[in-house]
Ligand binder design. Structure first.
Ligand SMILES: NC(=O)c1ccc[n+]([C@@H]2O[C@H](COP(=O)([O-])OP(=O)(O)OC[C@H]3O[C@@H](n4cnc5c(N)ncnc54)[C@H](OP(=O)(O)O)[C@@H]3O)[C@@H](O)[C@H]2O)c1
Length: 293
């Protein structure tokens, strides 16, 4: 397939592009800067110049592809306004991509997050959160999945809190950045809350499988580690950086604080059984040992 990919230069998207190219597909990558064009072309993709706010560019990219994988997101969690802007920009982009695909029966794979379900491990049948600071992302994903009844083979790959590669990425990456800045490897609350995780190279395989195989309206969990206690994550970070490991206020993490405080383990049993996905790369706690002081 010739696949239009947004976010193809990111931590996860670059792994997805490599996975597609290594399995007989070609890639048209959305690229918003000279640096992104160079990176995508060096990886072997064609590029289409533009950003998520350029809705006509998105429609043109989708129109000339056999399928779409969407990953781009302005990962700016510094303020509530920044988060709201990123969510609104992505929601409009998803609507434009979806419009371009209606009636085509082509696959549209979008990114989502594993849900939080109080008191138990979440599964693929649980709905995404549609409230809270990133609730708009859940609503936009539900709209994409709804295109299944309008001739789009739409599907969502739900990512866990940490998608990592070489010790970097995701919520664990935020803990590392804050630890470097503050001199304390902190964890919110008592640190017993569990976060799921996956290696980016394993997540990339699931994006390809979803593109190739997933029926319309389905959701999948790219979860390799069902849930690591956050204090265990902080302990490895502290050990690698030579910093004390301590409980800190959730406020330390700005708008993400309330999300960081939640116990949110997640399962991928259904995904493994249905799509034959089998993660092979290092677990989060092993990969974090790649952090350099
Ligand atoms: N990493 C994780 O642990 C994790 C966990 C759950 C969900 N996710 C989701 O997975 C997706 C990819 O995450 P990631 O970790 O790979 O992110 P990342 O490394 O920050 O990459 C973001 C990608 O999006 C592109 N992008 C950002 N804003 C854009 C805009 N306005 N217009 C066009 N392109 C834009 C970036 O392009 P440039 O190269 O030009 O900057 C880059 O290719 C995001 O939706 C993220 O929320 C990630």
């Amino acid at each position: 397939m010739h696949v239009f990919v947004t976010g193809g230069t990111g931590l996860i998207g670059s792994a997805v592009v490599a996975e597609l190219l290594g399995n007989g597909h070609t890639v048209l990558a959305l690229a918003r800067s000279d640096a992104s064009v160079s990176a995508a072309e060096a990886a072997g993709a064609e590029t289409l110049r533009g950003g998520l706010a350029d809705l006509n560019v998105l429609r043109a990219g989708a129109a000339q592809a056999d399928g779409v994988i969407h990953l781009a997101f302005a990962n700016d969690f510094s303020t509530a306004d920044a988060v709201a802007h990123a969510v609104a920009e992505e929601s409009a982009a998803l609507a434009a991509l979806g419009d371009a695909l209606v009636g085509s029966d082509r696959p549209f794979v979008t990114v989502s997050g594993t849900p939080y379900v109080p008191g138990r491990v979440s599964t693929e049948t649980d709905p995404p959160p549609t409230d809270g600071p990133v609730g708009g992302r859940g609503r936009a994903v539900m709209a994409v999945l709804g295109l299944g009844s309008r001739g789009v083979r739409s599907t969502a790959v739900r990512l866990p809190r940490t998608v990592h590669n070489d010790g970097k990425g995701g919520f664990a990456g935020v803990l590392t950045d804050v630890a470097r800045r503050t001199g304390v490897s902190g964890y919110p609350g008592d640190g017993a809350q569990r976060w799921p995780a996956v290696h980016a190279l394993d997540a990339a395989v699931l994006f390809r499988l979803a593109l190739e195989l997933a029926p319309a309206g389905t959701s999948w969990h790219a979860v390799a580690d069902e849930g690591d206690a956050v204090r265990d994550i902080a302990a490895v970070i502290g050990q690698r950086l030579g910093l004390p490991v301590e409980a800190v206020s959730p406020d330390t993490y700005g708008p993400l604080g309330p999300i960081f405080a939640l116990d949110q383990p997640s399962s991928s049993v259904h995904t493994r059984e249905e799509l034959g996905w089998q993660p092979k790369h290092p677990s989060l706690l092993d990969d974090l040992r790649n952090i350099q002081p």
